[in-house]
Design a protein around this ligand. Structure first.
Ligand SMILES: Nc1ncnc2c1ncn2[C@@H]1O[C@H](COP(=O)(O)OP(=O)(O)OP(=O)(O)O)[C@@H](O)[C@H]1O
Ligand SMILES: [Mg+2]
Length: 271
């Protein structure tokens, strides 16, 4: 495990980049990883070099227990990185439809996520039904933001959405933190916004932040993990994602332990 939904209300702040960076860190360590693309733009699907036959659109339409397994494909990165890809038509599923609409992904993933060391869910830039499905299926929610005024507001709304889905559909869901992306530490505006974020969100703001590095978009365009791209900038970004993956694995273990404790207590109460 863990399963992590990567979210933000605002577009273009780096959700897919964070998903791909963490997947790349897992790729380097040989961890068995599943990337689920819930964004109709299918950016993560493309960067992972896979042409899906069935997509998250089909999986959400069907939503039978465990059906997601049939749509998973091996990525172009190597056999231990697998993908449940997206397609444009997924767009139509961003509004609630039918019974248990928010739980469709969770149901479709029954018994599937346990086969992986890490599950990453890339979300579209909205807090519609697709992101709610991701939050209902995940153990952890990771919020991505940039060090700018508007992105900061977006982060607050994303944290609000996590609370809503937690109380309505997924009591075990925890916020893994806020990743600040595209940071240029030598600009006064970024230093100011980072300090502001730390004042508002405290320990939720993850360290290290992700620097602005051209290598990130170059590696994505070449359908390679940043960890396989050779430049000083790529190395810096790869080191950051390695640290962030450590944090995610620790938070994942904490969530699993809390869930196990909760089950044990509930069982004890019944005796
Ligand atoms: N730290 C970074 N340094 C340089 N380029 C970056 C960085 N983070 C993201 N980018 C580039 O910015 C663009 C937007 O990033 P990305 O696609 O990850 O954002 P997103 O939040 O997933 O967008 P969307 O909301 O459309 O899904 C991409 O071209 C990506 O390569
Ligand atoms: Mg994206």
């Amino acid at each position: 495990m863990p399963s992590i939904a990567v979210i933000s209300l605002k577009g273009g702040v780096g959700k897919s980049t964070v998903v791909l960076g963490l997947a790349g860190a897992a790729w380097k360590r040989g961890l068995r990883t599943l990337v689920i693309d819930l964004d109709p733009q299918a950016n993560a699907t493309a960067a992972l070099d896979v042409t899906p036959i069935y997509t998250t659109n089909d999986v959400l339409a069907d939503a039978r227990e465990g059906i997601a397994a049939e749509a998973i494909r091996v990525s172009g990165w190597g056999p231990h990185i697998e993908v449940l890809g997206a397609e444009r038509a997924l767009e139509h599923r961003n509004v609630p439809e039918g019974r248990a609409s928010t739980l469709r992904l969770r149901i479709a993933l029954t018994g599937v996520v346990d086969n992986y060391d890490l599950v990453l869910i890339d979300c579209p830039p909205s807090l519609g039904e697709l992101t709610r499905n991701a939050l209902a299926a995940a153990q952890l929610a990771l919020v991505v933001t940039e060090p700018s005024f508007f992105a900061l507001q977006g982060a607050a709304q994303a944290i609000g959405a996590i609370e809503v889905v937690r109380s309505a559909a997924n009591l075990g869901l925890q916020t893994a933190g806020v990743v600040v992306n595209r940071v240029r530490p030598n600009t006064a505006e970024h230093v100011f916004r980072l300090a502001e974020l730390r004042t508002v969100y405290g320990d939720l703001v993850l360290d290290p932040t992700v620097p602005e590095r051209t290598a990130l978009s170059q590696a994505q365009g070449a359908c390679l993990p940043i960890q396989a791209w050779h430049s000083a900038g790529a190395q810096q970004a790869a080191d950051v994602f390695d640290d962030l993956l450590d944090t995610m694995l620790i938070r994942g273990r904490e969530v699993s332990e809390t869930a196990a404790l909760g089950r044990a207590l509930a069982f004890g109460d019944r005796k």
